[in-house]
Write a protein that binds this ligand. Structure first.
Ligand code: PA5
Length: 467
């Protein structure tokens, strides 16, 4: 098995031309990017020693992964459906795992094809259309709801939980509430932990030092995998191997250090502040969305030196999918402003190559495709796009993995999480907090409950600015 490989030649000056990328000497000891990396590693070790980087230790937490697997096994294959209810870091990680490892159309497969493992749905948004429609369709007697909230205080998730609990109670009675709910939440604080204790609802812990968007390797991401028959230990083995690489003090051997230094440098040295992640695999679409949250919420912060007129720092992440977005974003990437870096993900082997039949010999547009495979076509599209960008002097990185499997996903999750912490140190921000999200939450609560004491108020709308 080849470890996940980062190819970074196409972000460097020799490939792109003068002024278009960093000189490779910058990555060597004494070089500017290497210096930033060393400072960031020192900060990572400081945070780790202070007990702030719980995600780094999750691959070694065998007791927690056993607890997760045993709880998943205790449900057996009895439930036909598992609904994961959670938002942000409490939804995106589990979804990324499931989409990658269960493959397309899992929910449409027959019971036999799923080996009687449950169908999986993710309820992220508090959108009544989606929530109501899903609940109306389900046979609650055969459904388990995994309600996920690290804080146990997120309005969207708690509101959905209240609706679900009420339906369970009305349809199945008190026993139904206990038997069809599973919480994943902080081990001590929050509303869900309180309910779990009072009503004997089973609850998995998210370790205190593991924050929302850094929780995919905890029961947040592992429970949905385990209930569908995926071994969490395989994911954790990949994460462990990558973590060990990402703790290397040598920049040229540290893939997270290179990702962080090259992407941070692209932003602050050359104004390439849009960071696109573009896997060429439908299975990795969820990973792209997970990256978007991780990179945006961790790095988009008030500038460490900013005063009242603070402009803020941080890249703008953009989730994309190849080859689909060649037909929507590529024109912009090739000819639009030089403010973007694309990180491609290439999968070397897929389950299905899917040969393209030879036919229509008299129609060149059709006949030249015959004899190849969809796999080869997708790969050719990726390599051609990388080259087209390079010829225009536009930077890209490529992550390569053998196949989309549990080990590889563990590697990718750990890689980007360590890169986010290192990039946070380079930007001079705290990658673990999200103070900006709080104002929106207080304003929303003010609208729902205007009598509350700690709420913020909205100014009245001025009708002259509506049409
Ligand atoms: O990364 C974060 O901390 C946030 O995006 C959270 O994941 C999100 O707000 C959901 O929070 P919680 O898990 O507490 O419900």
């Amino acid at each position: 098995m080849t470890p996940v490989t980062l190819r970074y030649g196409n972000i460097l000056q020799p490939q792109l031309g003068p002024g278009r990328g960093p000189d490779p000497s910058s990555l060597e000891p004494g070089g500017e990017l290497c210096r930033r990396f060393e400072g960031a590693m020192a900060e990572l070790h400081r945070r780790r020693e202070a007990g702030e980087l719980g995600f780094l230790d999750l691959p070694d937490d065998h007791a927690l992964s056993r607890q997760t697997r045993e709880l998943a096994d205790s449900f057996g294959q009895w439930f036909e459906v598992v609904v994961v209810v959670g938002i942000g870091g409490s939804g995106l990680g589990g979804r990324a795992v499931a989409e990658a490892l269960l493959g397309p159309f899992w929910n449409e497969r027959t019971d036999e094809a799923r080996e009687h493992f449950p169908r999986l749905y993710f309820l992220e948004n508090a959108d009544p259309d989606t929530t109501g429609e899903l609940l109306d369709r389900l046979d609650l007697r055969r459904t388990l709801f995994n309600v996920v909230s690290k804080s146990g205080g997120t309005a969207e998730t708690l509101a959905q939980y209240l609706i679900i609990e009420d339906r369970l109670r009305r349809e199945l009675g008190e026993e139904g509430v206990r038997g069809h709910l599973l919480f994943t939440t902080d081990p001590v604080v929050g509303a869900l932990r309180g309910v779990a204790a009072e009503q004997e609802v089973p609850a998995l812990p998210v370790p205190p030092a593991v924050g929302g968007r850094f929780s995919v390797l905890s029961p947040v991401g592992l429970l949905p995998a385990a209930v569908a028959g995926i071994d969490p230990d395989e994911i954790l083995a990949g994460a462990r191997a990558m973590r060990d690489r990402c703790l290397s003090a040598s920049l040229r051997e540290n893939p997270a250090g290179l990702l962080a230094a090259l992407l941070h440098g692209a932003d602050v040295d050359r104004g390439q502040r849009v960071h696109v992640l573009m896997p060429y695999s439908d299975r990795l679409r969820g990973l792209s969305l997970w990256f978007q949250q991780l990179w945006g919420e961790s790095l988009g912060k008030r500038s460490p030196t900013g005063g009242a007129e603070d402009e803020g720092v941080g890249p703008t992440p953009l989730a994309a999918l190849g080859a689909v977005d060649q037909h929507s974003l590529l024109q912009l990437l090739l000819d639009g402003p030089r403010d973007k870096v694309v990180t491609f993900i290439r999968v070397r082997d897929r389950e299905q190559g899917l040969p393209i039949p030879r036919s229509h010999p008299d129609r060149p547009l059709l006949s030249r495709l015959g004899g190849h495979s969809l796999d080869a076509l997708l790969d050719a599209e990726l390599r051609a796009t990388v080259e087209a960008l390079r010829r225009r002097g536009r930077p890209s990185l490529t992550l390569e993995l053998d196949r989309v499997d549990a080990h590889g996903m563990g590697e990718l999750f750990m890689l980007w999480q360590v890169a986010a912490v290192l990039a946070g140190a380079m930007y001079g921000v705290n990658p673990l907090d999200q103070p900006g999200v709080e104002l929106g939450k207080r304003l929303a609560l003010g609208l729902l409950d205007p009598g509350g004491e700690t709420v913020e108020r909205l100014p009245p709308e001025d009708p002259q600015w509506s049409v």
